[in-house]
Design a protein around this ligand. Structure first.
Ligand code: GDP
Length: 193
């Protein structure tokens, strides 16, 4: 796997394409070690790295993994934004929807998620960009540093949805993805209305 690449993409030719035409880009944001690559691997259905093309059936839909360097002509490319300045800047300018991750076992990552949300708002002041705050590693109950209610309260302040997940147990990961797709659809529908 070549995760040194700052910008890796997973795409799906999902029939539930949120927009006609140009691809919608979903970005995974969050501090180092919160589980972004684990999320991406689940989306990719790839357990052994994601630099090879890999397919997975999910809900009857075909997932396809590509690297950012290759042409992206699928409806929902997913980008993992690594914690470097370029990747963050780039992803904040180009993303259409965001999964903002922290680890429930790491309060610093929770604070980092707040910082990222504020930065995101600066990049996207007027738009209703779909964002879900994701408290990952909820399987590690004994190491919990951030409570569910803190997560929920933070999401309320930031006016975004909230979900707790475990990439390790594959719990709620697809729910988070479907949540963001739902928001994209709602946004599209309200634009069309
Ligand atoms: P990234 O730096 O945000 O991309 O984080 P990674 O996906 O590389 O995950 C960092 C570490 O946390 C890895 O060792 C993962 O196996 C582990 N990890 C990720 N998600 C979970 C989870 O939900 N539960 C547990 N127990 N470990 C996880």
């Amino acid at each position: 796997g070549s995760w040194s690449s700052s910008d890796s993409v997973i795409s799906t030719d999902s029939s539930g394409e949120p927009t006609g035409g140009s691809p919608i880009r979903v970005v995974l944001l969050g501090a180092n070690g919160v589980g972004k690559k684990s999320f991406a691997s689940i989306f990719a259905g790839a357990s052994d790295g994601m630099d090879s093309e890999d397919c997975e059936l999910y809900g009857g839909e075909r997932m396809l993994v590509t690297m950012a360097a290759s042409p992206v002509d699928f409806p929902i490319p997913i980008t993992v934004a690594l914690e470097d300045e370029w990747a963050l800047e780039h992803s904040m300018q180009t993303g259409d929807a965001y999964l903002l991750l922290y680890s429930i076992t790491d309060r610093a990552s929770f604070l980092r998620a707040s910082e990222l949300r504020i930065t995101l708002r600066r990049h996207r002041p007027a738009q209703h960009t779909p964002i879900i705050l994701v408290g990952n590693k909820c399987d590690l109950v004994r190491c919990r540093e951030v409570s569910v209610s803190e997560g929920r309260a933070c999401a309320a302040v930031f006016d975004c949805k909230f979900i707790e997940t475990s990439a390790a147990m594959q719990h709620n990961v697809w729910e988070a993805f479907h949540g963001i797709v739902r928001q994209l659809r709602l946004r599209r529908d309200s634009k069309e209305a």
